[in-house]
Design a protein around this ligand. Structure first.
Ligand code: NDP
Length: 287
């Protein structure tokens, strides 16, 4: 059976390091959490981030705009936060209401305060192998691999999924860490032939149980980023990953869902805020 790779101890270690480094700074790192509208999932995510921020000694503030807020109001708020020296990190909770265009919004955050790592400047720095703030879920995956001492350099890595949020930045991080990287997606013919090549298989497709045991190389490390809500019975939802549970019989190591990559994302956000507070502009981040 595959070695389980729970996220909680790895996230705890990352949070402890963030707390230790925050404590060494002259003033607590400041995190601005920006939310538009009252989508219940976004409200819960922002609340969770603020609670964890307080636990590691960060000073966070939630800026909630009404659902109908015009783009100019959001951009004006970001301008104020960019100019505030006590704010080291700015996070705009996605998704935004449909009338707001996320591209100019994310682009309006100063790159050195972009703790989500989604500003084009930070994406460019990542692909150029230069320091910068890294997207939280992919960086959290790298931190999870490091925590469990799983090798990356020289490994044949396959990522399933090419989104701007997960698959693409993960490809750059793995490449920077000297893996040999393949990115598969919905137009990849014979996905199983590609995934069976992987010594390190990372799945971020958002398709429940897409990866079955026959698609996995025996002994491979399998990281399941997917979070899918499946209905077992009317009105009852359950979270499951992109990897079929039977893969545990073939893989060498496997993350659970929930409780695998999920906790790493928030921990990495707080670590990014500490890095932003520590670093001169452009020097944040590793990997
Ligand atoms: P997107 O929907 O933006 O991207 C999904 C990617 O998977 C696309 O590139 C798509 O290909 C590819 N894909 C979809 N179906 C298949 C298939 N049948 N075969 C091969 N590739 C396929 O999703 P995200 O990247 O934002 O998220 C992926 C998953 O990760 C989701 O379940 C999400 O909930 C979860 N997630 C978890 C986080 C965490 O903290 N644990 C954080 C962020 C996301 P194409 O480009 O061709 O359409």
């Amino acid at each position: 059976m595959a070695r389980p790779l729970p996220g909680a101890p790895a996230a705890q270690a990352l949070l402890a390091e963030a707390a230790r480094r925050a404590g060494r700074l002259a003033a607590p790192p400041g995190l601005a959490l920006v939310r538009v509208g009252d989508d219940p999932a976004s409200v819960a995510y922002v609340r969770g981030k603020a609670r964890k921020a307080a636990e590691v000694g960060l000073r966070s503030a939630v800026h909630a705009l009404p659902e109908a807020a015009p783009q100019a109001e959001l951009l004006a708020l970001l301008g104020t936060l960019n100019a505030d020296p006590a704010v080291h990190g700015i996070l705009v909770q996605l998704p935004l209401p449909p009338h707001l265009d996320p591209e100019p919004v994310l682009g309006a955050i100063l790159p050195e305060k972009d703790v989500d790592g989604l500003h084009p400047v930070n994406i460019g720095r990542l692909w150029a192998g230069q320091p910068g703030l890294r997207p939280c879920t992919p960086a959290g995956v790298m931190a999870l691999l490091a925590f469990y001492g799983l090798p990356v350099a020289g490994q044949r890595a396959v990522i399933v999924g090419r989104s701007a949020l997960v698959g693409r930045p993960l490809a750059a991080l793995l490449l920077n860490a000297n893996a040999t990287v393949t990115v598969a997606h919905s137009r990849t013919p014979d996905l199983g032939a590609v995934t069976r090549e992987a010594e390190l298989l990372i799945v971020a497709a958002g398709r429940a149980h897409l990866i079955t045991p026959d698609m996995v190389r025996p002994g491979a490390t399998v990281i399941d980023v997917g979070i899918n809500r499946v209905a077992d019975a009317p009105g009852q939802g359950r979270l499951t990953g992109d990897v079929h549970p039977d893969v545990a019989a073939v893989a060498g190591a496997l993350t659970p869902v929930p409780g695998g990559v999920g906790p790493m994302t928030v921990a990495q956000l707080l670590m990014n805020t500490v890095l932003a507070a520590e670093a001169p502009a452009g020097q944040e981040g590793r990997g």
